[in-house]
Design a protein around this ligand. Sequence first.
Ligand code: PMT
Length: 343
Amino acid sequence: GPCFTQLLIEILIKKPQVYYSMDVVNNLDAVDETSFQAKSFFESAPLLKDADSISGKLTKFILQNSSLSGSEGPRRVVCVTSGGTTVPLEQRCVRYIDNFSSGHRGATSTEYFLKSGYSVIFLYRRGTCQPYCRSLPDDPLLECFKLASDSSIQVQESHAEAVKSAISGHHDAVSRGYLLKLPFTTIFEYLQILRLIATSMKILGPSALFYLAAAVSDFYVPWESMAVHKIQSASGPLDMRLAQVPKMLSVLRKEWAPTAFCVSFKLETDTEILLEKAGAALKKYKMHAVVANELSTRKEVVILVTESEKKLVYRENNQSDVESPLIKLLVEKHSTYIRDLNA
Ligand code: PMT
């Protein structure tokens, strides 16, 4: 079968870092190709630091929230991913390849999900935009506060409203146990934490939602073939072969959280191919919805692609966000999904 041929090619040509016993090879036809690729990705990834602490936080968060009730049944939990993953080029990393995303979509969507009565696991790239901080200036500490003559710290009048609403919104969500924030930087961290989140959310069944807005690397340098130390420029131009990151959307749908409602994103810079690619992703990865967006207009308009329709979703006015109508629509679709499954 194709899996066996692929493995042979891997062994003969690509010289992979992980070798498999004959038992595994003989059973390959029975194993789904993507889960196999996913398994080898995780086996060769560097160990996730703080895995125990992350698992502990997740278990506590999910147990607490699953015992609460929402307006229609148990309180819903959404995992929002946000920001871009990096691909390190050296194990002691000095250089890396990055994926563009400011984290604005994920942070804004988190606020609207919380407003709609969801609890949110916010898996975000360190240093990117945070929920409730969108109206603050770039350097909030230095720009929002001032030292008074008695040496006390005061809020600048011009930023007082923004600071108040950021602190109260954030405090409200965290202190009630509705918001859990988990940071990542590399593709290895992102996928390992996403797997932990998804497998812990499995017990929530259809009340779980995945909203995968992170910009995830498609290519990476496998850990074992990565230079340990800083690559030297004296050696001349750099040739590098990147391996393909397995598409984890299929694994998420099939294995990690098979009854959750899943929304993925499709970003393109060429509008001509955007809808076609979004439609293809919907079918291929069996997503419940795909949000299609074009880089330059992503804050104004998105297209919500589902099996039954392609719906243009616009930002209503200059003061509002496109995420407001988008999350409203997704919450409705999630409700229908839960009702249909329970019927
Ligand atoms: O953060 P902002 O500046 O506000 O911008 C928001 C955004 C444009 C980043 C966001 O709206 C968006 O479109 N995010 C997805 C961008 C992206 O990486 O698309 P993609 O075509 O590479 O991936 C499509 C989907 O597959 C994504 O849901 C991704 O999570 C998933 N994926 C990708 C690669 C991979 N190996 N496995 C995956 O599961």
